[in-house]
Write a protein that binds this ligand. Structure first.
Ligand SMILES: [Zn+2]
Length: 109
């Protein structure tokens, strides 16, 4: 279980690194937005994930249609972020990629 989680985390981080090297400006905006969230709301481990575990990271949770086709979506509003534990955060990221791929399949570029 532990190894499985590590593998998923490694894969997710590699994916984000690939996106960040292709879209540096967006990646930078994501980093800045997360700094703003920590400034206004605090560190994620001060919060409890919806599943009951101690949170590990902030994730964007705005509506899918607002989020749109962005590879590296971010929001200027800290309230658009929720604290998640690592397994739940990975699910949020996987869900975003699924929606993104669906959007591209439906005729996005
Ligand atoms: Zn959780």
């Amino acid at each position: 279980m532990r190894n499985d989680l590590d593998d998923r985390l490694t894969e997710r981080d590699a994916q984000l690194t690939r996106f960040a090297s292709r879209y540096p400006a967006e990646a930078n905006a994501v980093v800045n937005a997360l700094s703003k969230v920590r400034y206004y709301k605090g560190e994620p481990d001060e919060f409890t994930c919806a599943c009951g575990s101690v949170a590990d990271e902030w994730q964007l949770v705005i509506l899918a249609d607002v989020e749109g086709p962005a590879f590296l979506p971010y929001s200027e509003d800290p309230d658009d972020y929720q604290a998640f534990c690592t397994p739940c955060a990975l699910d949020v990221c996987a869900d975003r990629l699924t929606r993104l791929n669906a959007w591209r399949f439906e005729g996005g570029n």
